[in-house]
Design a protein around this ligand. Structure first.
Ligand SMILES: [Zn+2]
Length: 854
């Protein structure tokens, strides 16, 4: 069953009326770093749109407004800490521009962040950065904080001497004065105010270039090599996207800056993207890690999000779906279609998990509490997959022509989904309203398909029966699905276009001979759960010889479920010899699922023999499936003890070793806890491994792993592992874990707070509800608030469900007692030749419910 997205009391949200056209923001800001405060002036050029207006209303949260002036004349104003109302003195006429100057000071709690060294992290660099999306710019300058309002901007920042300040557009002036350095940035293309940025610190600058576009990278001094390693493919991405999108990168320069403690992965501020410094990686990590997806994502936003902007957050997929899809476009270009298809597969899994465990909603919605609520796997990953399906429906040429037209037609404007549909219609004549209705605007969920293949040897006809087996309701429709069916005959692929639209849809294909393979939706482009039924030899041939890697992967997964000697042999062949590492990893997983001694021995051999680190990671993971198997544990322990060139293989071996529950696991994993690694990945997996090994004595180690001052990645894993170990228990240890998780709900690190929220969810103890309520009421981060409210609901419903189960259990006990009594009576009656009296099956008395939180 899928849940509703909207929590009780959730309102409808729409873009706000624009009384004024805001034309320009000029923000002068002086940073007071020791006091984490700003002293600022914001000059706003605006004009009423349709009627004369005397009062200008601006979003301004917790800004201490000291004066408002117009042409040197002081203006009256009202400031309630949320909204600033400026009395223009007399009504301004429609279309008649005016300028107001607002002097203010602030110690922002959102929007603008001061980070720096503290007792836990003495080496953290001192920096200041902003994060406006989705409606936090109002915490550092007065503005009309809505994406459908676009204006040009200037930021004039005075920062501590020796620092650098990055903002949007061009650096037009730079000077030193009494107590600091001042940087004057100007951007002449209208953009939404959530994209106005400031990032300041002692940065090294690295200059690059792409066809006349200045490309720059900024990073904390000393990490220049890591920075180049992460970003050096940026110019190639700029070129690729300019070419594919059909519109050249729209601005004169593109900068990226790495900052500490960033609360997202990245933020696409116009011409000046901010990135978290936690993705900077060393040479060893580069063996099997990169941040190309993040870099491509933020770069693509410069077109989708910045040049064109969703008109309200309910249409946010027009930003995030495109930026996510650009990750695929880059991967397809850089590594080929097989590797890129794995990303699509991962997105589908993320979306399916969210759909199953959290809620189901249309991608575009106006029902949410805070805009951040919609920034989920529906918006990003499902949005990206929908664009990929759109590309299949239109074909490459028509798809990219439509995108180019959409960009040109709406540049510097705000857009909604129907603008994209109309642009496609303009460019191709195709009316795809049904597509957007079913996937974005009205429909929610996804098709679940059962596909049966049959070969009629006499008629030489292949029959394909497709059933849409999912439950249809007001949310989830019967789908219309253009796709293909592929047959392999005499070593050649033959494709047929089909369109599934019925509940049961049958297709017939005349073929010269029986196909060795029959694949519905080859390449797995549909966002659907597909259960294909075909003979074992067809799966085996598909694994050995399907053209697309993702189809061979699908075959490996199915053969792992079917089992048997032939499947096992085919999987071992693929493990040893498939040209694509993704198939070798999938074959390893499938062999893990078989859990036979032969499969295990093949995996142990492959752990040594497999060269590609991502395939080797799959092999190691698969060995974790062999619970209480000392041969598998021995192989894994050897990898943990001797190490691996890849951080990730070594880390995976820790987790897998824990999963075997081998008696040797705890000692080996404790030793691994001493190792530092990129993002603390080895310690993270060792913590999880200890939880998987059910090692109760590790609890103190896990709790110590959450200490402030340790790597935040490890801290997150440690609280998660502790919760996993204590889940379902209400003893003293479980209480210690719960109390620590509740403490961490208020941690200084956002990422640790988020992990603590999930730990509390894992423990599912009603005693945590007050702490969750407090978080939902008081925290300023919408993501934490929303999750806290969901978990409260889940715990309360879980408790209700638990109570129902308890009540049922006692009713069943009574029934059993009655039945036993009845049987005894019947037996006695039989001996006496007299019928037994009828009795009510259940008694009226209630037994006391055991308390779960005792
Ligand atoms: Zn994004």
């Amino acid at each position: 069953m899928t849940r509703d997205f909207a929590l009780p009391g959730t309102p409808h949200r729409y873009a706000r009326d624009r009384a004024f056209d805001i034309r320009h923001y000029r923000i002068g800001v002086r940073l007071d770093v020791p006091n984490r405060a700003i002293d600022a002036t914001c000059a706003i050029d605006a004009a009423p749109i349709a009627t004369a207006r005397r009062w200008l209303e601006l979003d301004a949260v917790e800004l201490d407004v000291r004066a408002v002036r117009a042409g040197g004349r002081a203006l009256d104003f009202r400031n309630d800490g949320r909204t600033l109302r400026v009395d223009l003195g007399e009504p301004a006429a429609p279309g008649q521009p005016f300028c107001v100057d607002i002097d203010y000071a602030a110690r922002p709690r959102r929007g603008l962040y001061f980070v720096g060294p503290d007792d836990g992290y003495p080496n953290k660099p001192a920096q200041v950065w902003t994060q406006g999306q989705d409606q936090d710019s109002r915490y550092w300058f007065p503005c009309f904080d809505q994406p459908h309002e676009k204006a040009t901007s200037e930021v004039i920042a005075t920062v501590p001497r020796g620092w650098f300040a990055l903002s949007n557009g061009a650096l037009v002036d730079r000077r030193s004065d009494g107590d600091g350095d001042t940087f004057h940035w100007r951007f002449d293309v209208p953009h939404s105010c959530y994209l106005i940025t400031l990032a300041a610190g002692d940065f090294a600058e690295i200059d690059d270039e792409c066809d006349g576009i200045a490309v720059r990278y900024y990073v904390q001094r000393g990490r220049e090599d890591d920075c180049r390693r992460a970003l050096s493919r940026t110019p190639e991405m700029v070129r690729l996207f300019s070419d594919r999108f059909g519109v050249r990168y729209p601005y004169a320069s593109y900068s990226q800056v790495f900052v500490a403690d960033f609360i997202f992965g990245g933020m696409e501020n116009t011409t000046a993207t901010t990135l978290t410094d936690t993705v900077l990686y060393d040479e060893r990590a580069a063996l099997d890690f990169d941040v190309d997806a993040l870099v491509a994502h933020e770069l693509a936003h410069q077109w989708f999000g910045d040049l064109l902007t969703c008109r309200d957050w309910g249409q946010g997929w027009l930003n995030e779906g495109f930026a996510t899809y650009a990750e695929y476009v880059w991967r397809e270009h850089a590594e080929g279609r097989d590797a890129a298809a794995l990303e699509l597969d991962e997105w589908a899994e993320q979306y399916f998990r969210e759909d199953a465990s959290r809620y189901r909603r249309p991608i575009a919605t106006n029902v949410y509490d805070e805009p951040i609520d919609v920034f989920d796997h529906h918006l990003y990953e499902k949005g990206g997959r929908v664009l990929h399906m759109l590309r299949q429906v239109l074909g490459d040429d028509a798809f990219w022509a439509s995108i180019a037209h959409y960009l040109r037609k709406h540049q510097t404007s705000a857009v909604e989904t129907r603008d994209l549909a109309r642009a496609i219609e303009d460019a191709t004549g195709r009316v795809l309203d049904w597509f957007f209705d079913q996937w974005v605007l009205a429909g929610a969920g996804h098709p679940e398909l059962k596909v049966a293949h049959r070969w009629d040897a006499d008629a030489r006809v292949a029959e394909v029966v497709v059933d849409q087996t999912h439950k249809t309701d007001d949310k989830t429709p019967l789908f219309r699905l253009p796709t293909r069916v592929r047959f392999r005959v005499d070593g050649r692929d033959i494709d047929f276009d089909v369109e599934v639209s019925e509940r049961r849809h049958t297709f017939y294909f005349a073929l010269a001979a029986e196909p060795a393979q029959a694949i519905f939706d080859p390449g797995r482009h549909l966002l659907a759960k597909i259960d294909e039924d075909k003979p074992l030899p067809a799966w085996i041939d598909q694994l050995a010889a399907a053209t697309e890697g993702i189809d061979r992967i699908a075959a490996a997964r199915r053969l792992g479920k079917l089992g048997g000697h032939q499947a096992e042999a085919a999987l071992i062949d693929a493990l040893d010899a498939d040209p694509f590492w993704g198939v070798r990893a999938a074959a390893a997983d499938a062999l893990g699922a078989l859990r036979t001694p032969t499969a295990r021995d093949a995996l142990i051999r492959a752990a040594d023999a497999t060269q590609h680190p991502k395939a080797r990671r799959g092999v190691v993971r698969a060995l974790g499936a062999f619970r209480r198997d000392e041969a598998a544990a021995e192989a894994l322990a050897r990898i943990v003890e001797t190490g691996d060139p890849s951080y990730f293989v070594e880390a995976e071996a820790c987790l897998a070793l824990g999963k075997t529950r081998s008696p040797r696991a705890p000692a080996v994993l404790r030793a691994a806890l001493a190792r530092d690694s990129f993002r603390d990945v080895i310690r993270q997996h060792a913590y999880r491994g200890l939880a998987e090994a059910n090692d109760d004595t590790a609890l103190d180690l896990l709790l110590a792993g959450t200490d402030y001052g340790r790597d935040p990645h490890g801290r997150r894993a440690a609280i998660g592992a502790a919760a996993q170990l204590a889940a379902g228990r209400r003893d003293r240890d479980a209480r210690r874990v719960r109390e620590r998780a509740e403490e961490l709900l208020a941690d200084r690190d956002f990422r640790v707070q988020a992990a603590a929220v999930e730990a509390v969810a894992t423990l599912a103890d009603p005693a945590s509800i007050p702490a969750l309520r407090d978080l939902a009421d008081r925290d300023l981060d919408g993501r934490l608030k929303r999750r806290a409210r969901e978990i409260i609901r889940d715990i309360e419903e879980g408790r209700a469900a638990g109570e129902r189960v308890d009540a049922l259990a006692s009713a069943v006990d009574e029934l059993r007692a009655d039945l036993a009594a009845l049987r005894a009576r019947v037996d006695r009656a039989g001996t006496r030749g007299k019928p037994a009296p009828r009795r009510r099956a259940t008694g009226g008395k209630k037994t006391a419910r055991p308390r779960r939180d005792a």
